[in-house]
Write a protein of this length. Sequence first.
Length: 75
Amino acid sequence: MATENVAILFTDMVGSTALASGLSPDAAEEIRRGHCSILRQAAAEPGGTLSDLSHELSEVAGDDQSRVIDQRLAA
């Protein structure tokens, strides 16, 4: 059975809620996309990839989060 290295990264844009409240939804989304782009570039530099599981993980708890991660890694 092959093994792979996996890193779990959680990020938070400090002040983003206050910032977004003063912007149009499109402008706020553009900032979020920029943040994600920076993360993808950082992951790609050493040959990695970035998978956004935030929506999937927010809907489950505890051991179920591990199951969701395992399923995504197996895909």
